[in-house]
Design a protein around this ligand. Sequence first.
Ligand code: GDP
Ligand code: IMO
Ligand code: MG
Length: 434
Amino acid sequence: MNNIVIVGLQWGDEGKGKIVDYLSENADVVVRFQGGNNAGHTIVVDDEVYKLNLLPSAVLRRGKISVIGNGVALDSHALISEIGSLKVKGMDVNPNNLMVSESCPLILSIHKDKEKLLEDLNVNHKIGTTNKGIGPCYEDKVGRRAIRLCDLENVDELNKKVDTLLNYHNALRRGLSYQVVKKEEMLREIKEVSKKILPYKKPLWRILDDFVKKGKRIIFEGAQGTFLDIDHGTYPFVTSSNTVASQAVIGSGLSSSAYVIGVAKAYTTRVGNGPFPTEQKNEVGNNLSTIGKEVGTVSNRRRRCGWFDAVLVRQAVQLSGVSSIVLTKLDILDSFDTIKVCTGYKYSGEIYDYLPASHSIQEELEPIYEEFPGWKENTQGKRSVKELPLNLMKYMRRVEELVGVPIHLISTSPKREDVIELRDVKFSEGALVS
Ligand code: GDP
Ligand code: IMO
Ligand code: MG
């Protein structure tokens, strides 16, 4: 098994970017397989902060291949601009080191318009999306009217597809008393970027198949988190893609199995609306938010904060077939006297050891907590397990018991090098060993 899938085990922003960057030192290829530029993955290299939205985190390492799979909703303008901003910092992303699936559905400005119109209409449950047009683009994909990257080459085909797409969107816009979009406007928007984006277009499933046969080491970089998954998340307060590990196969065309690593924060955060059983709307939440600098990477919104929820993380481990986890941001808990972990929920006289699917029940769940004494010691930037306080080790052991899989590495700061490997899981002579 030469492939690793990295997924978020909470509501996103677990630190996936940093971990993918760390592990990709020993990989050849990094693949994004769902979501789009709603993702914000932060990587800190030599005090320079990179915030990647669409590009896989391998773009920061020379000699690696970056891949955007068919499962990604592709905003081509955003991609070209992200490539441009990396160029300014000396990184050369070009068609030799970046490949984009020819089947990617394109995000256009009509999608961003629709998202805004519908969020404004949605009085009862505003999702609080990132406003990148992700949901409406996936709606068009499933509705079989999306324009895909491969359509940009063929003018006749593109003309027909634009007609179909506008029939749908203009009917909706008229119904909402919103200005219609003219065909020329949409064609202009597409043509503006066509020449720049087409050189990246590839039959990716085939290239990945070839990579697998050649024994290339591939990392699949998940975006968002398990509880934002369209099927398994806190619906309807979710994103519009599947974020669990099995999507790596669908969203890339990969035909082989993979070792799955889940990334979790040592506490919990959420951006946008929706249920959050362990949320702390008090001093604890404020402290986590301030010390953890919990501000959304994409939308600059303050992230909601709460205690680590072992019930959720265990469910996420099971949903994605996770073999080991990475725990990030333990250093943010350094100053806490007491640390809590949720081990179950109470609802209507019953105890739940999982997150039920019903939104109304999710909103009413009362967490059951286990308490731990804090370690009250600075752990930021530590690089050896010997330097870790005893209470932190005890906390981690209990987390492992509760979530059912071992912790394989921990992150101790935003910086690339600040990682401690607790278990050796690495690519070795063409195979993955743990
Ligand atoms: P992603 O979307 O999962 O890649 O995560 P984000 O980049 O959106 O958010 C994670 C934030 O935590 C970023 O600002 C990272 O630089 C930061 N971070 C990651 N690991 C650690 C850690 O162990 N300690 C601290 N203090 N910050 C971390
Ligand atoms: P990364 O990859 C955290 C949230 C939004 C909103 C919901 C739907 O950085 O972990 P969307 O624009 O996707 O339709 O918004 O999902 N969301 C994220 N939250 N991290 C992310 O990505 C997110 N991507 C989307 O805030 O609640
Ligand atoms: Mg993020």
